[in-house]
Ligand binder design. Structure first.
Ligand SMILES: NC(=O)c1ccc[n+]([C@@H]2O[C@H](COP(=O)([O-])OP(=O)(O)OC[C@H]3O[C@@H](n4cnc5c(N)ncnc54)[C@H](O)[C@@H]3O)[C@@H](O)[C@H]2O)c1
Length: 346
């Protein structure tokens, strides 16, 4: 029997999700929702047979759905999650779960009270390169990981038609829209929690963003693993540069491109050797794997991956980093999470 998903939000990412859902075995769309008539019209033109609605309440009442895929801007997620859980449906929500930590805690509590699964769309965990780094670190293939350097530099034109517009005006667009993925990958691939964060966020004078588009963090993880993170949307060069290097006791693990290109070396090697990775179309194949995991969980066949409770710790890390930037002091994650009623570790 097919798994019927109600897709809410038909913007850039929502349209992508419609395509992804079409490639996951057994998944079909029970309906699609967007408040914007133009978004509904353009979606309907490509998806005959999927009923479109202007409001979530109307769609929940009119469709028979097994779960909801929520791809709206994060500031509306709490009200939407309340409606979805009240209708008794599991939820797969895009990141960030909210732009307000207390609201995210409320959503996770609502899911727990309703005993309904809540997954957050951390699809980059499913990239073959991320899975391989996690495996190499966990197995200590190059000895114990000791320190890492994660650099993401680009000049992102947030006015492009294909991009969502709220990052141009929101607070902390880099941290809450982009670095959130990177900090989540650092937790996931290293397989341990961040214990403390010292951070600076700022906005270069030429930035088109109303608020901070640069993030720099020193992270201390369990076991003494230290990570130096830099992310920018306002680099001085319009060429994306990405490198994530992990130094271990007996070698290095280096991701040389966003989403791909992993290489390794033992300490005495003269050159890096590429690591073979399964082919993957970023944003699509990784998201399809995440969705397949969600469906398997709802059907009782798999544990819940990328849970809301787990996401709370990544979101808490973003807000702890913001607090550190404002106070000029390192923030201890155990204390920060206790102060915000967040289970740490999740
Ligand atoms: N995980 C990833 O790789 C990834 C990639 C891109 C975007 N995202 C996330 O997806 C989310 C959406 O991003 P986007 O680029 O599609 O944004 P967008 O602005 O292009 O689209 C959002 C859509 O939601 C609609 N909407 C707003 N309020 C609504 C409501 N109450 N009910 C129904 N529809 C409503 C808007 O009309 C719009 O069509 C963001 O949280 C973003 O961070 C994740």
């Amino acid at each position: 029997m097919s798994f019927r998903m109600l897709l809410v939000g038909l913007g850039n990412r929502g349209r992508m999700w419609a395509e992804i859902a079409g490639h996951v075995a057994g998944v079909e769309l029970s309906g699609a929702v967007d408040v914007n008539p133009a978004a509904r019209a353009s979606f309907a033109a490509g998806h005959a047979g999927v009923p479109c609605f202007a409001g979530l309440g109307e769609a929940l009442a009119a469709t028979a759905s097994d779960a909801v895929l929520l791809v709206t801007p994060p500031d509306g997620h709490l009200a939407q999650a309340r409606q979805i859980f009240a209708a008794g449906l599991p939820l797969l929500a895009e990141k960030p779960l909210t732009l307000d930590l207390a609201e995210a805690v409320q959503i996770v509590d609502l899911a727990a009270q309703a005993r309904l699964p809540l997954m957050v769309g951390l699809n980059f965990r499913y990239l073959p390169v991320s899975q391989k780094i996690r495996e190499l670190v966990a197995t200590e293939a190059f000895g114990a990981a000791g320190f890492g350097q994660f650099t993401y530099q680009r000049n992102r034109d947030g006015r492009q038609p294909r991009l969502n517009k709220y990052p141009l005006t929101m607070r902390h667009p880099m941290m809450l829209e982009q670095s959130i993925h990177h900090l989540d990958l650092i937790r996931f691939c290293y397989g341990r929690e961040v214990e403390s964060v010292l951070c600076r966020t700022w906005n270069p004078p030429w930035s088109m963003y109303a608020h901070d588009s640069n993030v720099s963090c020193l992270l201390r993880l369990a076991g003494g693993l230290e990570v130096n993170y830099l992310g920018t949307w306002t680099g001085g060069w319009n060429e994306l540069r990405f490198e994530w290097r992990t130094d271990c006791a007996e070698g290095v693990i280096v991701q040389r491109e966003l989403f791909a290109d992993l290489a390794v070396a033992h300490t005495a090697d003269k050159a890096l050797s590429p690591v073979e990775l399964a082919p993957c179309e970023p944003f699509y194949d990784d998201s399809a794997a995440l969705l397949a995991d969600f469906v398997a969980h709802v059907r009782g066949d798999a544990p819940l991956a990328c849970s809301g409770a787990d996401h709370l710790v990544t979101l808490a890390l973003c807000f702890a980093a913001i607090e550190s930037s404002e106070s000029g002091r390192a923030v201890q994650m155990a204390e920060f999470c206790a102060r915000h009623d967040i289970a740490y570790p999740p």
